[in-house]
Design a protein around this ligand. Structure first.
Ligand code: HEC
Length: 203
């Protein structure tokens, strides 16, 4: 390549990346602009499969025994389902939140930054159902695939995560018993309650 083609290539670069930014995005395209690697699609599918299963269990329990009863079920079933999904898929899976209810659901630095970015995007009017982030990060010399998907507050969540007037009967008292440090109430419809977070080491 001679000098002029090099120059040409350099001057084309910004134009090409601008085109890339303008390219139509698939509904599920990640927050990052790089084309999704195969592992991102895999993580996305795993992340999409877990929350509906948990909500189905919770909704059945709410119908049978009310929301205050279902809180205890969520406490035992949510970690169990995350563990089962982890064993079935090879991804470490958990839930985290900036306003965590379970004392263990505290985000690490990468997760915290991502949740803050999700909140910013939500406030700016983004479609909350599509907020996600995928990135390969290096932690202590180990490359790790990391993926997060936002869990927005839907109407059904308010009876256990909403403001005091929206909580179901007996919920506040039960939460007080099981989670004396609870920060997981006071949320409004459409806000980001937390996220599902997946990680897997690259061999
Ligand atoms: C029946 C009550 C109930 C309903 C309904 C409910 N949750 Fe929760 N949620 C809980 C409980 C209890 C925990 C703590 C579980 C634990 O100890 O791991 C929790 C934890 C979470 C967490 C994990 C982070 C944390 O704070 O510990 C997220 C994220 C979350 N809920 C999102 C949602 C979303 C989104 C919805 C609606 C789609 C929802 N929840 C509906 C009771 C509920």
């Amino acid at each position: 390549m001679n000098k002029s083609t090099l120059l040409l290539a350099a001057s084309l670069l910004p134009i090409l990346s601008a085109c890339n930014a303008l390219a139509p995005k698939t509904p599920d395209s990640p927050v990052t602009s790089a084309p999704p690697a195969a592992w991102v699609d895999e993580a996305r599918q795993v992340a999409a499969s877990v929350p509906p299963k948990l909500m189905a269990v919770l909704m059945t329990e709410i119908q049978q025994g009310g929301p205050a009863h279902a809180i205890g079920i969520c406490q035992t079933e949510a970690p169990k389902m995350a563990r089962a999904a982890s064993e079935a898929t090879g991804w470490q899976i958990r839930r985290v939140s900036l306003g965590n209810r379970n004392p263990k659901a505290v985000p690490d630095a990468w997760e915290r930054a991502t949740l803050q970015e999700f909140d910013r995007q939500q406030a700016a009017g983004a479609d909350v159902a599509k907020l996600e982030r995928a990135e390969v990060v290096t932690e202590n010399g180990q490359q790790v695939k990391r993926y997060m998907r936002a869990l927005p507050v839907q109407a059904a969540c308010l009876q256990c995560h909403g403001s005091a007037d929206k909580l179901g009967p007996g919920v506040a008292a039960r939460l007080n018993e099981l989670y004396p440090q609870d920060k997981g109430t006071g949320y409004l419809l459409g806000q980001i309650r937390g996220a599902l977070t997946l990680r897997q080491n690259i061999q």
